[in-house]
Design a protein. Sequence first.
Lengths: 262, 179
Amino acid sequence: MVTCHTCREHIPGLLQGVLSPALVAELGSHLAGCEACQTELAEEQALSRRLREVAHYRLSADLRAQIEGQLEGKTWMGIPTWVTWRWLAAAAVLLLALAISPLMLIRRDPLRTFIPEATRKHREMVVQHELFAFPDVGPEGSAELPRLVSEQLGLPVTSLFLGDSDLVFMGARPLVAGDRKGVVIVYADHYGWVSSLQCVSAPEIEVPKRNRLQVEAFHPYHTQVDSLQVLVWKQEEMACFLVAQASDQELADLFLKVRRGM
Amino acid sequence: MITPEPEFERLVLEHLDGLYNLARWLTRNMDEAQDLVQETALKALKARDQFRGGTTLTAWLYRILRNSFIDRYWKRQREPSGQDDDLPGVLRELEQALEETEIEHLRPLVAADINRALKALPEQWRTTVLLAEVEGLTWEEVAEVMDCPLGTVQSRIFRARRVLRQLLKDYAPEDKGGE
């Protein structure tokens, strides 16, 4: 017997014509006697009509002709046409930045640079979490995350904490901290409190011996910036920054989950 | 040298408008969307030997386009330079939203509502709805493009439609007030 809940769940499929004839018949019987579900169906049909009004962008005739020309059995060009002067200029700037970056590394105290950067990025992620969803790597794409992080950092990363029933994985984004590549991974608990783990490729950084916390067998560096707690530790050539607005005990619990997941 | 098969070319060309439409919705930028379509067509041509039965060409092409978009996004985040990229993500999104709101004033109000609601959805939901409801892909094809199980497509469509209906209701009073 079909309930209202089941019926409503299947209305999009009904409108799309993807349901089995048996299920369609069952839904039909339910709909015939349920006024509330009839209203729901009418609203969904109205939405489908509205969706047909969605802007449908069309390719310009010029670009179509250009692509047609490229596809018409011509030699594969080494540099596709979308590589314009802008791309070449960007590549030149990148090469220059790469050439200069080793000189910059020598002069900086890495933690002095990274910790404010990590808390700034954390605050940005909190706002993002409140205003927008994360479009890049969502919870469904989390299995892909270690691979993406490995690619971004250029370091082997085989596992990451991907959330649990208390701490949900919200999404991940690439980041640039100073001149380093990194990734920020965002988690949120049931109350909406956001924690972020930021991993940066930093082979030469040494975590100071002072201000260490003992959390079971681990000894991360601890500091506080305004109301945010920050833990820092190294894993091989990767520096990790865990940022959260949490009590000491909550921070320790959070750290253990994240650290054990890596 | 790669000599494309005429049949394959023709099929790719047939999909250009649909690919461009999704590219526009993903990038929200005409030039970038054009680059993305061009890149997709060339990648498809180069990798046509990798196209296998078991998936449709439609799903395969949309998947190349979406993966290229995600790759570009990640690459762009790695580059420290660039005026727009210096803006925090939130400001960039707000700026884009403002620009697009202006454009929407030029369209009929009724269409603006649905476009605005669709833009408010997370990318994964928006793309799922666009592919299934606007481009007419089957749910299996959408699952192929989005690289997720069929159940996830079903759930995204269900949740996205819920949110769209709510957003359209939210927009309705303020639009009526302007009449």
